[in-house]
Design a protein around this ligand. Sequence first.
Ligand SMILES: CSC[C@H]1O[C@H](OP(=O)(O)O)[C@H](O)[C@@H]1O
Length: 364
Amino acid sequence: MRVGDQQRRTIWPAEDDRAVHIIDQTRLPHRFETLRLTTVADAAHAIRSMQVRGAPLIGATAAYGLALAAASDPREETLAAAAALLLATRPTAINLRWALDDMLAVLKQLPTDHRVETAWRRAAEIADADVAMNSSIGEHGLALIRAVQRGKPVGETVNILTHCNAGWLATVDWGTALAPVYKAHHAGIPVHVFADETRPRNQGASLTAWELGQEQVPHTVIVDNAGGHLMQRGRVDLCIVGTDRTTRTGDVANKIGTYLKALCARDCGVPFFVAAPSPSIDWSLADGIKEIPIEERGDAEVTSITGLTAEGQQETVRLTPSGSAAANPAFDVTPARLVTGLITERGISAASARGLARLFPERA
Ligand SMILES: CSC[C@H]1O[C@H](OP(=O)(O)O)[C@H](O)[C@@H]1O
């Protein structure tokens, strides 16, 4: 997507094919900085520290991390250790395991001296496939936005609420939940986005707001607790969020607070859709609440906040009393019964085993 007058992706291989570049998302929205990753340890740190984040981008970064490992030593034991290092970075997004399993399956079949070139090629294919899937999700979601628009007075804006950041910054390009928004905006449909700030890391306030601004999509940052009020007052026509892991039955693990938005949407009769590319579907799980591992992050993300001073300096300040404990579950699970539908790259499905089997019969 666009950064200033440049078209960009969130991750791209260096010309010499021995490194990969990323956007450092911990610096946004106040500074745009890129980083050059040259080792699998760099890739693991980038995921763990959330320099890169978002389920699809985590998967693509892990794929390139394995390519960096192969470039240093393509032997099987090195690749296995590299995969274990990357897998341990964050537990909830299934795209991480999906990408590592894909890469290892391809590389293990090859003689050692053929692995480096194939690893770079396969990582690039995974990145390109993400872009294509997200564009397709955008097209299917565009049809949804057009249907909502038809139900409104001519010329009225379609108001969409989203949680966290499931835009192009969470993927290699296009995004998942925001891909339909970009497609609608490019098609001239008047859309406006309510972006939940998404405490504690504020991905909505810092990343979703930034990328929508770069694309000149009208948007309003709101505190997390305002979404229900806006839905009650008829200000939200549609909710679209992302997913880090969706079960084969349609239960959805996504950023903490998603479940609460789904409850409000159900109570207010607002359609609640999840943009779910197939690499984020965990076909081995049936009960998301019981089976999806929820990442617990450090309490400092809750007890402090980082922002820009009047002098333009990035500073971190403490929010809570030093003696107060803090809990920081990074995701929650929205049961399928609260999900209106899943927007996949193959079309829109009911949040159910039957709905997903219809679109992915090879997985049934
Ligand atoms: C398109 S998946 C984006 C997904 O990832 C985010 O989590 P995090 O920022 O911690 O990686 C959030 O759950 C988004 O919906």
